[in-house]
Ligand binder design. Structure first.
Ligand code: SAM
Length: 209
């Protein structure tokens, strides 16, 4: 795990995070509100459903599920992000952990929906694949949904054309490419559905065949 951005970087960002994403109309957060809306729609979690938000940050996605009467669990490796999430989500079970490592005991259960926004692009493709497989095998309840929204492109050509257009504004991270994801995950028996939401973001749903 050789992180481009360690937890301390997110601690430093926590105080300004909400303002940054709410006012964003450019790369990489263009479409942020639509991405969160589509995740909620695709997760289809009704009142009382157990929802896990991975990389919960300041709680913007989880808050939408809490308003629908869902029970919220959230993990994040940044203590300062979790402080903000806790203030928005009084009834939630929150924990500090690296998502790719062993989770704390309270989180070792199955969930009716597992969701995540703008977090997995910090992980390499093999890390994404390993974590998604673990989620489907060990943490998703029967009939549950796994929905992930993030910075993503249909393929490398689309990503590279934006990179060229943005020049110095581009920041290299492990952004999702829908075509390579679909091919790599299929080898593990995982079926991928993808919807592009803005020029730089989209929403994935994963199902174990
Ligand atoms: C860009 S923020 C997204 C926050 C929130 N999901 C949202 O959509 O607003 C990325 C979040 O992922 C968390 N994160 C990044 N890498 C992580 C890791 N390896 N384990 C746990 N959390 C991680 C960061 O601390 C941060 O809160």
């Amino acid at each position: 795990m050789n992180d481009l951005f360690p937890a301390e970087d997110f601690d430093d960002w926590a105080a300004d995070y909400d303002e940054d994403v709410e006012t964003a109309s450019s790369f990489p957060f263009d479409g942020y509100a639509q991405v969160l809306r589509l995740i909620v729609e695709k997760a289809a979690a009704g009142s009382g459903a157990a929802v896990m938000d991975l990389g919960i940050g300041t709680g913007n996605l989880a808050e939408r599920f809490a308003r629908q009467g869902c029970q919220i669990w959230g993990l994040d490796f940044s203590a300062q992000m979790l402080v903000r999430a806790a203030s928005k989500l009084p009834g939630a079970t929150l924990g500090q952990a690296d998502l790719r490592a062993e989770w704390p005991q309270d989180f070792q259960r199955r969930y009716d929906a597992i969701v995540s926004a703008y977090t997995f692009h910090h992980f390499t493709l093999p890390e994404k694949a390993g974590l998604v497989l673990r989620l489907l095998q060990e943490h998703l309840a029967p009939g549950g949904r796994l929905v992930i929204g993030d910075v993503s492109f249909g393929n490398a050509k689309e990503r590279d054309s934006l990179k060229l257009q943005l020049g110095d504004e581009w920041e290299d991270e492990y952004y999702w490419l829908a075509d390579e994801t679909s091919a790599a995950f299929a080898k593990q028996g995982i079926q991928t559905t993808y919807l592009q939401v803005s020029f730089c973001a989209g929403v994935f749903e994963f199902v174990k065949r």
